[in-house]
Ligand binder design. Sequence first.
Ligand code: PLP
Length: 465
Amino acid sequence: MITEAEIAKLSFSGAPKVGKKIPGSKTQELWDKSWKYESPTRVGGSYLQFVWQEAFGSTVKDPDGNIFIDMTGGLGVNNVGHTHPKVVETILKQAPKLMHTLDMVNPPRAELAKRLSEIMPPGLRDNCFTVFDCSGSGAVDTALKYAKMITRRSEMIAFHGAYHGVYGGSLALTVSPHYRSGYEPFVPGAHHMPYGYCYRCFVGLTYPECNAACGKFLDYTLNTPYTGITSPSCVIMEPIQGEGGYVDPPKEFVQEVAAACKKAGALFIVDEIQAGFGRTGKMWSIEHYDVEPDILVWGKGVAGELPLTGVTVKAEYQSKLEVGSQPATFPGNALACAVALTNIEIMTDPADELIKRAEIVGGHIKDMFKKAMEESPVIGEVRGKGFMLSVELVKDKKTREPIDPEKAFALMVSLKDKGILNFICGRYGNVYRFMPPLTTPKAYFEKAVNTFIGLVKEQEKDLQK
Ligand SMILES: Cc1ncc(COP(=O)(O)O)c(C=O)c1O
């Protein structure tokens, strides 16, 4: 396994290092320029006042020379770390040869489709085909279209708390009012069912006595007459919910969902865009649950810093799709595919064992959070797997009332001012996600966690109000 000394060479040293005034003047100037000339709908830019100048591994410099530890990891993009030397080398080799090929065959692309087939989870491994796209939202839309074409049915089922993107079909399944309001009407045929979010169970039950009632409810709805769903083409699920609060549901829930799909003749689609590609201590997060998906949607981490996403589908459905019925200009770009191949090489390198390391170091970090939870009146729950961890803050551990969203936001900003980049999430905006690159030194991860725990402790009286 890669040593901590080797890992440390893949990030800037001495982080975090921040001056007294955040943001500094250069950051402020670029920030103002962007607000003037860019659309206000961009989320990352409006969320946290931060400007990226340079990034390496698990660290980022702003234009004023401050160095931050990156606990956002591109929300699943930077799994091998920012500007990994092998990725940069691939770009320098491939770029002079070939980049754009108008969604037509090129060598890295053909190799990538084959390589993806080899690293897919059971059910799809060596038994699938892939369509490329450029964004997660686009890939989800394609997966939904494929499910309709394959099953010749029209309804799509997703879950409370889901985030699948913001285009046509994906927006119909994403639930946050912030992304939906004003953009109605949505693609018809979307339904939402309760997710296995045990901390906030939809009927107030307790796991495991609940017997995965949420999964059973989905089975009942899909497979019982007179429930209102007559033409289910697919159920799409994040095996670990991202935007909805980094919720890792019980195994039984996911197994009920997979079984219910099979019974109903609906395709089981897993959205691995955020949780996939080594992040959770397995190559794909669905591998924690011993079930087999029909379709896997991937994005972010696979090509990492270049825009490439895709949909990988069970081989038996290849003949059900109309040849040439999904034209697109940019997918399968040779440069992005070459980078994806390099990322797969890094992620599966038996000498480094980055995925195993995510499980081990992630487990240690989760224990640190759990210890803090025992002593804290506001840390309600600690969740997640591998390097996809979260902490949910509440005013009162008995009532589980979420802390004020403004205070949650202010805490995120104070973390940034101490040199730790972090994005909150969750249905109440009270969940802090810890999502650093898998190449983050253990010492940096611990530093970020201790800074967070220290701030929570400092503010706990106020957070309880
Ligand atoms: C689970 C999941 N699905 C889909 C998407 C949409 O991906 P993109 O932002 O690339 O459109 C995201 C983005 O965060 C995601 O986390």
